[in-house]
Design a protein around this ligand. Structure first.
Ligand SMILES: Nc1ncnc2c1ncn2[C@@H]1O[C@H](COP(=O)(O)OP(=O)(O)O)[C@@H](O)[C@H]1O
Ligand SMILES: Cc1ncc(COP(=O)(O)O)c(N)n1
Length: 278
């Protein structure tokens, strides 16, 4: 019997396949863990934006979680889009009893700017889910919303990261600098004691639909395999950077990251080439 590690994503959907549940499952597959999914909201979206959202009833969310946890216990769990406080409470009740590593991606908006979480639920995220998290992975606007700190340099990044760990109770935080300017895309991991930065060259592309989902899913998969947090983030950063470097020019808007990009490492990168469809 092979040692099968499983990972669970609890999130919203993206029928166009670039973000949300679909991105998470593709990433789990690429990182070689058995992927499972519990859906919070059905989102009609594509590369141009969000067209409509349909939330699943909380009782049905609870039933999906029961289906998983009564049968296949995941080694690691990630959450993405969770629209309401009731849903957060329901998920927190299950995670409280679980020993799995828990990666919380505090998804608030789609890249198009469309809100994916009720504004009144942000505090609920802090009170119900952040204290349970092995790792929280906010981008800069999400970290600003969570902490109320304006983030525009390394010092404010560090202050916000410390607040998320020391005051809100996460074990660790990975504050992603993808939204900042500069030649490098740098992220800061704070584990309550030390900061480690993970840096990659910024890729000049608008095709970044699903970067945050893909990154947190890759980290979740690596934790499911038993890697340390530092190692999981290192592998996740390499994975997402390749997925952005080889992102796909699909659709009419911001194309998706390429979940099998790392397999194309041996292909010489030519500026025009990585926008081709293959
Ligand atoms: N143009 C880019 N080139 C390289 N890395 C990027 C680029 N944009 C974002 N990243 C990286 O992608 C990962 C996801 O970050 P980000 O895009 O900030 O998340 P989100 O999707 O939650 O907004 C981070 O490691 C970030 O540094
Ligand atoms: C269901 C869902 N969850 C999350 C995102 C954010 O995606 P990104 O990874 O581009 O920030 C999204 N567009 N849709």
């Amino acid at each position: 019997m092979p040692d099968v590690r499983s990972a669970l994503t609890i999130a919203g959907t993206d029928p166009s396949g670039g973000a949300g549940i679909q991105a998470d499952l593709k990433t789990f597959q690429e990182r070689e863990v058995y992927g499972m999914s519990v859906i919070t909201s059905l989102v009609a979206q594509n590369t141009t934006g969000v067209q409509a959202i349909h939330h699943v009833p909380v009782t049905f969310l609870e039933q999906q979680l029961e289906s998983i946890f009564s049968d296949i216990i995941p080694a690691a769990v990630k959450t993405g889009m969770i629209a309401s406080e009731e849903m957060m409470q329901c998920i927190a009740a299950v995670l409280h009893k679980s020993k799995a590593a828990y990666i919380m991606d505090p998804v608030m908006y789609a890249k198009s700017g469309h809100a994916l979480m009720g504004e009144d639920s942000r505090d609920a995220l802090k009170s119900h889910l952040v204290p349970l998290a092995t790792l929280v992975t906010p981008n800069v606007p999400e970290a600003e919303e969570l902490t109320g700190i304006r983030i525009d340099d390394e010092s404010s990044i560090k202050t916000a990261a410390k607040r998320i760990v020391r005051e809100y109770g996460a074990k660790a935080v990975l504050l992603k600098g993808g939204h900042m300017e500069g030649a490098f895309a740098a992220d800061w991991l704070y584990d309550g004691e030390n900061f480690t930065s993970f840096t990659a060259e910024r890729v000049q592309t608008k095709h970044t639909h699903g970067t945050g989902c893909t990154y947190s899913a890759a980290i979740t998969a690596e934790l499911a395999k038993g890697r340390s947090l530092q190692q999981a983030v290192k592998v996740g950063k390499e994975f997402v950077t390749d997925a952005i470097r080889y992102s796909l020019q699909l659709g009419k808007g911001n194309g998706p990251t390429n979940h099998w990009g790392y397999r194309l490492k041996s292909v010489p990168v030519q500026e025009e080439q990585h926008h081709e469809v293959y």
